[in-house]
Design a protein around this ligand. Structure first.
Ligand code: UGY
Ligand code: MN
Length: 247
């Protein structure tokens, strides 16, 4: 199949955006070495968080301090390690790391190429609840629960659903033909990466075919719905702001 020049599925609107890998343009960012950092979603787009797709080349590294932000890393492909204050942890596809504000970290690639999803958000502290601690885990250790009773649409909640956390990161896996049960329209914002399969995403009043590798930003209140299509399950990992007063 050949794509006609000058065409793309990428679309940027006021309340949502779909980014397809053919349009990704890397930046060199402070702290990252031998790394291509594609900033897919950021405040420049109107979002209140940042979502990046980082590809580390041979012996590529990323290091720094989270400062007033919290960081979330999810390994899409390849292998390496993350050095934290306690020790170095091995990373493989499906590994994820949550870091609260003020933490030092160093990620090192030990494979030919390592691809990581990176989410960054300012942490909204609460007087009564201490900030969360660091989490290093793997998606296979988080059981998928049927979404609103549907066995064919399963949700893995990667971070504890507790008031200390002001962000959620979930993996949604749909069997072919399974759907979001209704068109959602909510105050929470989403950053989404398609991990596998394909389907149709409804965003506002538009319908977009999507597949593994695509990225979507949904602003607060953007009407949204999904149906998985094709012969294999579709899954996506997504960010959501949670547990804070809107005022
Ligand atoms: O958590 C959510 O809001 C989720 N159901 N949204 C989505 O998958 N677009
Ligand atoms: Mn939603």
């Amino acid at each position: 199949m050949s794509d006609l020049f000058g065409s793309t599925r990428t679309v940027v609107k006021l309340r949502y955006a779909l980014f397809t890998p053919d349009g990704f343009v890397p930046s060199n960012l402070p702290g990252w070495k031998n790394a291509a950092c594609v900033v897919n979603i950021s405040p420049a787009l109107g979002a209140r968080f940042t979502q990046m797709h980082v590809t580390l080349g041979k012996e590529g590294t990323g290091e720094g301090n989270t400062g007033r932000y919290q960081h979330f890393f999810y390994v899409i492909e390849g292998a390496g390690t993350v050095g934290l204050e306690d020790k170095r942890h091995r990373l493989e596809p499906g590994s994820y790391v949550y870091l609260p504000p003020g933490k030092d970290m160093q990620i090192k690639n030990s494979s030919a190429e390592m691809r990581i999803l990176v989410l960054q958000k300012p942490y909204e502290a609460q007087k009564t609840t201490p900030a969360p601690g660091t989490i290093v885990s793997h998606a296979r250790d988080v059981k998928g629960q049927p979404f609103l009773g549907n066995e064919d649409a399963r949700l893995q909640v990667l971070l504890p659903d507790q008031p200390a956390f002001d962000m959620a990161v979930n993996i949604f896996t749909y069997q072919p033909g399974a759907t979001l049960p209704f068109v959602e329209a909510h105050i929470m914002e989403h950053g989404l990466l398609m991990l596998a399969g394909q389907g149709i995403y409804r965003l506002e009043s538009d319908w977009h075919p999507v597949q593994a590798g695509d990225v979507i930003w949904m602003a607060p209140y953007c009407p949204q719905w999904f149906v998985a299509m094709g012969k294999t399950p579709a899954s996506y990992i997504y960010y959501k702001d949670v547990n804070r007063d809107p005022m």
